[in-house]
Design a protein around this ligand. Structure first.
Ligand SMILES: CSCC[C@H](NC(C)=O)C(=O)O
Ligand SMILES: [Zn+2]
Ligand SMILES: [Zn+2]
Length: 449
């Protein structure tokens, strides 16, 4: 009778534990009294105590490290404190004024070996607050355990998952041969130029002696975990067309607009071909095709003046399998075909096409893959469609994998109502708790002994 009453008022088991404690401590308690008590406990938020890792995650989400003025001081202080809690030495490298890389280090038993780098960025992208169900910086958790907030997926989850996995391993008294460095970097969301890009050029980075890196990936709506072994190249191009000016009421010959139309058609016809190629093949993912988007359009001074100059800006993402020389030649041809006085310039042009081997002959990948298999994780290996800080790690020849362990989760990075379920978040800690030991125990490689 008593149990039935509790079950009725606590349908999902909330407060059941506390209600049972009450019964055990007061056997004479009346059924209606239990009902009242249980309701009170539910109202008090008497659910089972929230996992400390979830609490910490929500605390981190509340730090407003949002562009254009991220609270980087707050983030550094928060991470430094966590380092002290874990007993890990902390170094700070100011790569630009106000742009600090925080490094926590867990020394390995064989510190001469190359290290494992666990990288995450601290900044998050801005929000359109009016489109959010909850305050994006309040880390609200709903009744399903979904935690809402900017950075829940990108990528404050990963930061806390690394930390909590290390906490568990340290509590268990574990040590591993390779040193583990956790780096927390600013400015990824604005290109990484005053963050990771600069950091990898410094002696402080070289001193980390990195052998393999982990950085962010994307959620997967299905039951798999997506793993990124490479990224597409980013080309931001502006094409300037010049032509004859004149009165807006006349048929002026050879105008900038006519040439720009040809340019736009060439770029967007190619876009359409790639779009169809992606849609018609089940084997292709976004990272396997070239995307082209016209993202800027400029020119003109008045409605009745034919301008002598017009420009279009394109965001192009190119898979690592494409011959970049051939592709640039194609762009040159499109511009030539549009007429005289058409030129282009790059605002962003990444040329490194290194990918990390996902062959078992790569001992780092082997350790990663084998561990995931042991945990029965289904992996989906892809090329990352956009650009993250991992490109700077790969550029210096270091193998690295983009991985944010979030299955059964819609991809909501940079979107309204970004969220992560607490169970998925906690599962991610389990995953890192297995992955980190495996990677930090990769046997000495050639030239390392
Ligand atoms: C090339 S700097 C810009 C980097 C940005 N990264 C992401 C993840 O959105 C992008 O791909 O546009
Ligand atoms: Zn990110
Ligand atoms: Zn991002």
């Amino acid at each position: 009778m008593v149990q039935a009453n509790i079950a009725r008022v606590c349908p999902r088991g909330t407060s059941l534990f506390w209600a049972e404690v009450l019964i055990r401590t007061d056997r004479n308690i009346l059924p209606h009294r239990i009902e009242v008590l249980a309701h009170t406990l539910v109202a008090m938020g008497g659910q089972q105590e929230e996992h400390s890792a979830v609490k910490l995650f929500r605390e981190y989400l509340r730090l407003r490290t949002v562009h254009p003025q991220p609270d980087y001081d707050g983030a550094v202080a928060f991470l430094e404190k966590l380092g002290a809690e874990l007993g890990l030495p902390c170094k700070k490298v100011e790569v630009y004024p106000g742009r600090v890389i925080t490094i926590l280090t867990w020394e390995g038993t064989d510190p001469h070996l190359r290290s494992l780098l666990l990288n995450s960025h601290t900044d998050v992208v801005p929000v359109y607050e009016e489109h959010w169900k909850h305050d994006p910086f309040a880390a609200v958790k709903d009744e399903l355990g979904n935690i809402y907030g900017r950075g829940t997926q990108d990528m404050k989850c990963v930061t806390i998952q690394y930390i909590e996995a290390i906490r568990r391993l340290k509590t268990e008294g574990k040590r591993f041969p390779r040193t583990i460095h956790l780096t927390f970097v600013p400015d990824e969301e604005v290109g990484g130029f005053k963050g990771m890009k600069k950091f990898v050029e410094l002696k402080e980075f070289q001193a980390l002696n990195v052998g393999f890196g982990l950085d962010e990936g994307l959620a997967n709506p299905g039951d798999a975990f997506t793993v990124f072994y490479g990224e597409r190249n980013v080309w931001w191009i502006s094409v300037k067309c010049t032509g004859n000016p004149g009165h807006g009421s006349r048929f002026i010959e050879n105008t900038a607009a006519e040439k720009l139309r040809k340019v736009i058609n060439s770029f967007l016809d190619f876009r359409e071909k790639e779009r169809k190629r992606l849609n018609q093949s089940e084997c292709l993912a976004l990272g396997d095709v070239t995307t082209v988007n016209m993202t800027m359009l400029n020119g003109g001074v008045a409605y009745n003046v034919v301008p002598n100059e017009m420009t279009a800006g394109f965001d192009i993402r190119i898979p690592p399998t494409v011959d970049l020389k051939v592709f640039e030649e194609q762009i040159r041809t499109w511009c030539q075909e549009a007429g005289d006085g058409v030129g282009y310039e790059f605002h962003q042009k990444t040329m490194d096409q290194q990918v990390t081997s996902i062959d078992k002959s790569n001992p780092w990948w082997n350790a990663f893959y084998t561990t995931c298999q042991q945990m029965n994780l289904k992996l989906q290996c892809e090329i990352f469609p956009a650009a993250t800080d991992i490109r700077f790690i790969r550029e210096i020849g270091c193998p690295a994998i983009g991985f944010s362990p979030m299955s059964h989760t819609p991809i909501l990075l940079h979107d309204h109502n970004e969220f992560l379920n607490e169970k998925v978040f906690l599962k991610g800690i389990d995953v890192y708790t297995e992955l980190i030991p495996a990677l930090a125990s990769v046997p000495p490689l050639e030239g390392e002994a």
